[in-house]
Design a protein around this ligand. Sequence first.
Ligand SMILES: [Zn+2]
Length: 218
Amino acid sequence: MKLESVGILINMRPIGERDSIARIFTPDFGVICGVMRAAQIAKKNRPLVGQFGTMTWNARLDTQLGTFHWEPEKNMASALMPIPRALGMMNSAFALVSTLLPEREQYTGMYNATIDLMNTLPTQNNVQTYLDWETKLLREMGYGLNLSACSGCGTHENLEYISPRTGRAVCATCGAPYAPRLYKMPLNLDITRKFIEHICMSQGAEIPLARRMLSGIQ
Ligand SMILES: [Zn+2]
């Protein structure tokens, strides 16, 4: 079996002294996992997290951990290196994609949003940029955050809360009896983190460290 696409190298961990296990996020096949031979000792064209490039993935059997051939074209992370908070947001996004998206399932919208995030972060490394990306991820995972109208009465006024159960807005009047159990607007990284934790728990995973490290960012 052979798969060919472009993609972003989002995760690498060493296996033995020469090779690495890599994850590449592609528009055609979603996240693909496989071995990159000699990735740790490459002198030329060394694979690095944050690179955009062309990949070929080969496996004798569909169920096997295949082997990558990786041709990096551009290191999208290099523009983020001097900006620690932008780098932190990139790391968090990559960790969430690695942890939450099932392998070899196409998520074209999420792929495009991740490319956009990488292109936008060098100039707009504000929380809102990242929060928009994370809101898209939550939508893909079944939390359609709808913050424009009250889920109780439909009003667009005085929206003060977010329901932890549905991710929808609740107005001050409807929310009053349940206030201690609701999240307070506006949406922020602490609230999306709670939704993400919930999804991770349901998948038997822990929230990635790179995401936890974002919590202090304003
Ligand atoms: Zn209401």
